[in-house]
Design a protein around this ligand. Structure first.
Ligand SMILES: [Zn+2]
Length: 226
């Protein structure tokens, strides 16, 4: 879309609907070009979980405007962000060298949280990523009742909480996990452990964003396994 046409549409949307970019608040329809560009700043590969760890790639850092975009997507009905998020994640998967088809599996939220939001954002993201890659997707994981909200929990508590709660459907094949933001890596590690016990081979994980906590532990020279 031509910039002048986009600017006209943004101004019209702001005039009649009072809409603004969920990332920066600029008047306009949906996320602006500046905020969407922030999704395309890949972070280095890092390893998560007990040794030898699992490779995780992220499309961008969890820095402004990304936190506001993720919040809008998860909690404020900004479902239209699934598309640019999926595009950024699938591009990062390609950069990581994961070319062989894998089963794309979302890291789930608690069913109560999904019901409150009215939208299963993790499943929608995995489906959109799989579509772009031409791979299959399947929601193999469930978070049991013991999985209390990760919010406000410390690192150790997060790991214990998620490890006790994650359950996987049994089967076999290679899996790529997809999640929104990696923080401590607790959810991804719990998901990988549950899938491995159920017979699956987890080759790695791809997320929309990576928090500063993980940057401190990055291992940029590693290459993905599988
Ligand atoms: Zn913006």
């Amino acid at each position: 879309m031509e910039p002048r046409v986009r600017a006209l549409l943004d101004a019209t949307a702001d005039l009649f609907l009072g809409s603004s970019c969920p990332g920066c608040g600029r008047p306009g329809w949906g996320a602006c070009g500046y905020c969407l560009a922030a999704l395309a700043r890949p972070t280095p590969l890092r390893l998560v979980g007990p040794a030898p760890g699992w490779p995780v790639v992220a499309a961008c850092s969890y820095r402004p405007p990304v936190p506001a975009l993720v919040k809008a997507w998860k909690d404020e009905g900004g479902w239209g962000l699934t598309r640019p998020f999926a595009e950024a994640v699938s591009l990062r998967v390609g950069l990581a060298g994961w070319c062989e088809p894998m089963l794309v599996v979302p890291v789930p939220s608690r069913s109560k949280a999904v019901a409150e939001r009215g939208h299963d954002h993790a499943r929608a993201l995995a489906r959109a990523v799989a579509r772009r890659l031409g791979w299959s997707h399947e929601p193999l994981l469930r978070v049991g009742q013991s999985g209390s909200d990760q919010f406000d929990l410390g690192r150790t508590e997060r790991w214990q909480n998620m490890a006790a709660a994650m359950r996987a459907q049994s089967g076999s094949g290679r899996v790529l996990l997809v999640d929104d933001v990696i923080t401590t890596g607790a959810s991804l590690t719990a998901a990988t452990t549950a899938l491995t016990r159920a017979g699956w081979t987890v080759s790695g994980a791809a997320t929309v964003a990576s928090s500063e906590l993980r940057h401190a532990q990055s291992t940029p020279r590693q290459t993905p396994a599988g």
